[in-house]
Design a protein around this ligand. Sequence first.
Ligand SMILES: Cc1cc2nc3c(=O)[nH]c(=O)nc-3n(C[C@H](O)[C@H](O)[C@H](O)COP(=O)(O)O)c2cc1C
Length: 517
Amino acid sequence: MDTILSFLSSISWWLWIIIVLAIVAIRDVFQKNHTISHNYPIAGHFRYLLESIGPELRQYFVANNREELPFNRIERSWIYASAKNENNYEGFGTDRDIYAHQHMFINNAMFPYKINDNHPNTIDNSFLPCAKVIGAHNKRRKPFRPASIINVSAMSFGSLSAKAVESMNKGVKMANAYHNTGEGGLSSHHSHGGDVVFHFGTGYFGVRAEDGGFSMEKMKKLVEDNPFIRAIELKLSQGAKPGKGGVLPGSKITQEIADIRGVEVGKTVLSPPNHKAFSNIPEMVDFIEAIAEETGLPVGIKAAIGKLDQWEELADLMLKTGKGPDFITVDGGEGGTGAAPPSFADHVSLPWVYGFGDLYKLFQTKGLSEQIVFIGSGKLGFPAKAAMAFAMGADVINVAREAMMSIGCIQAQVCHTNKCPTGIATQSKWLQNGIDPTLKSVRLAQYFKSFRKEFIEITHAAGYEHPCQFTMDDIEINVDDHNLSKELSGTYGYLKTIVPFSSMQDLKNCKHLGGNY
Ligand SMILES: Cc1cc2nc3c(=O)[nH]c(=O)nc-3n(C[C@H](O)[C@H](O)[C@H](O)COP(=O)(O)O)c2cc1C
């Protein structure tokens, strides 16, 4: 033994390097998995290394401020600065080519809207509730007026970490917004006092019967036990993967998640594309009515938009029976996800503007747009984009990735791997340890408040008190020359239904107002 050790220690360091390289080269030549390293032993590894760090190199050194997707650097920086309550202005003027095709303009008034000393926005410059009450039209027992027009979109505990969910729930409480649970069921991390919208899909997680179907008993108990649940959202589809069902990779399924969802630890969970509880439109409407009746809460549906024939059937049935969803959440094809096949994320379902416009117009033609609360999601977490959404008929917006960025997401785009470097979209205890929910909840609240403040200022600049007053003629889309650029009404072929609105003070006095005002 001593002789071997003394022989090994006599080998010089450079000879060791040559030996290791020789072993790697031999392995490369004899393996068949990677052609490049087989054909170019040792050197081939540099290609894999460079490829793996390519996104970071481009993000930090190469890409310009407006180049990256889904969110470019200017957008991300605005969210980061708003969340940290730092200076979120830009100097010297816009760096956008405002003559570019599809650039959007908001028509400002000659004089901005003037608020008096007692106005709710003089007292609180980010007070911006929804102008409609969800469930009022259908006379649900517990109608709900969201106290914030910006809220956290569906993201489950499972796709997000416990600390991220906790940060968001504490944050929405501070910002008087609501928190949508996403498909993974209600967890203790959603229960820190913020308003909650309980969301469920085909997996029925949290309200799942023994046979994997829906349990009304569990739904009733869930709502009774958790009075902070203010509305229920039935998921039909989401923009990133319509018709695909959900995917939660096995690597993200811990004991706690398995218990909440009623599934096995470490085993990938696929929720089926279709619901067991109904298989056609009349059955779906009956299902919605049954949940609303049993729980007293408003019930809505979330979907990505493509074909309109089944939506037309729904609208006709609503007209005929006076029953149906209290709200419709329209998710754009550009929407985010914890995990989806690129072919779905890139190509299935319409972008938000097209999908929402088509759907709104359809319900408006049937005379139903006033009674439905329209919620929009799909990269709408920026005040000017939200103004466009409101002009088109949205009453509320939900944000998912923008909310993630406000608590520290760096757009690493690895939510599907359980290796999220910021601890937000992972179940790794080590990675989550970097998140301090006390600090991050304040960041989310500050982002929401900065967003609302800026949105109110844009609204005043356009001469209005509340963004529900935006019309399709207030926003123009550039088609290369001002003589050719068209108001949204001309571009998308409708004028939105006027939202009944008296004053911000009346919204503040509303007994159904959520949040803690
Ligand atoms: C990590 C993650 C998880 C999500 N989970 C769900 C979900 O459980 N159910 C759902 O309907 N949408 C889910 N979504 C989609 C979002 O709720 C939202 O509709 C979409 O990302 C568009 O909003 P955004 O552009 O603000 O991100 C998820 C998105 C992300 C990024």
